[in-house]
Design a protein around this ligand. Structure first.
Ligand code: MN
Length: 323
């Protein structure tokens, strides 16, 4: 079983532009006893916008809520629209809407300048808005790859049943990226990553197998559940202990034959209990990824490997040689 290392609780939310009120659960630049980037590598940052209501914006055509043009370089942004809609436009001429349930996987790579706003449709009508933005690092060899987008539609994602020990379904998982029970996600990733969007609606326990070489986090968005033996409610990010798999790349690792585990997975148990008539399904996002293990130097929207590369990126940006 993969143990829980830390539960990130009530972080104060802050505005990103005037459209996204987010809890910054993790950031690679933070270093505390509870969290540093080694615990989440390759995930650099997780911002979560809890469900909140927006009034109709009378100026949605000319002054949409959101953030105007800004650059990114050296990593990927993954935007999941849970409620509401986001419109994006960028320096390559790309433009589109991320609709409810859909995911945009943007590879900034060598550089992109984009803007992110509430869509005209959402701005006009208002309503509940909720999203995740996850920053995924790129390995050094891929940092200067061409910028690109993947638009991942909810109705194209594989969905698998999550069952208890008697084979009764207690919920389901949509596979955004990676693989679960032999079903593959539709996202193409540069390093091994799982993103599973999970909903539990019937009482019982299910056991997930996660690669024992991956860092793992679970964001609980709605309801409450036991994760392993710990009760976790909505608005929390669970960060698991370090991977248990032997790292073959680590020459220093002396192999203790008595502790070799031939399994390549660790287990995580999810238990959902119906609690009275007003129970809501538990909704959670599981993120796992194989650590890249390279040095990280970042500033604002740029994440490279060295300070020299960051300074060069600033010079390129200021002189119009970006991307
Ligand atoms: Mn952005």
């Amino acid at each position: 079983m993969r143990q829980i290392k830390h539960i990130h609780g009530d972080k104060p939310s802050h505005w990103v532009g005037d459209g996204f009120y987010v809890k910054p659960f993790i950031n690679y630049s933070n270093s505390t006893p509870d969290f540093n980037y080694a615990h989440s590598d390759p995930f650099l940052m997780l911002d979560y916008s809890e469900p909140m209501n927006f009034a109709p914006n009378p100026n949605y055509e000319t002054q949409p809520h959101g953030v105007g043009q800004h650059p990114h370089k050296g990593f990927e942004t993954v935007t999941i629209a849970y409620e509401g809609e986001i419109s994006h436009a960028d320096s390559t001429g790309g433009r589109g809407d991320i609709l409810k349930g859909d995911v945009q996987w943007m590879t900034a790579g060598r550089g992109i300048i984009h803007e992110e706003f509430h869509s005209p449709n959402f701005g006009q009508h208002g309503g509940v808005f909720s999203m995740v933005q996850l920053w995924v690092n790129l390995p050094k060899k891929d940092k200067l790859t061409d910028a690109k987008y993947q638009t991942l539609k909810r109705d194209e994602m594989a969905v698998v049943q999550l069952t208890d020990s008697n084979d009764n379904a207690i919920g389901k998982a949509a596979i955004i990226a990676g693989e679960l029970q032999g079903e593959a996600g539709i996202a193409s990733t540069f390093t091994p990553i799982n993103l599973w969007d999970i909903e539990l609606d019937s009482e019982g326990s299910t056991t997930l197998q996660v690669p024992n070489t991956h860092n793992v986090m679970i964001l609980v968005q709605q309801g409450k559940l036991l994760i392993n033996d710990t009760l976790v409610d909505a608005g929390k990010l669970v960060q698991f202990a370090e991977p248990t798999g032997i790292d073959a790349k680590d020459e220093q690792n002396t192999i203790n034959t008595s502790s070799i585990n031939t399994s390549t997975t660790d287990t995580i148990t999810l238990t959902y209990q119906v609690d009275g008539n007003d129970s809501v399904p538990a909704k959670l996002l599981l993120m796992s990824g194989e650590p890249i293990g390279e040095p990280v130097a970042g500033y604002g929207p740029f994440v490279m490997n060295t300070q020299d590369e960051i300074q060069q990126t600033f010079r390129d940006y200021q002189t119009g040689n970006f991307g």
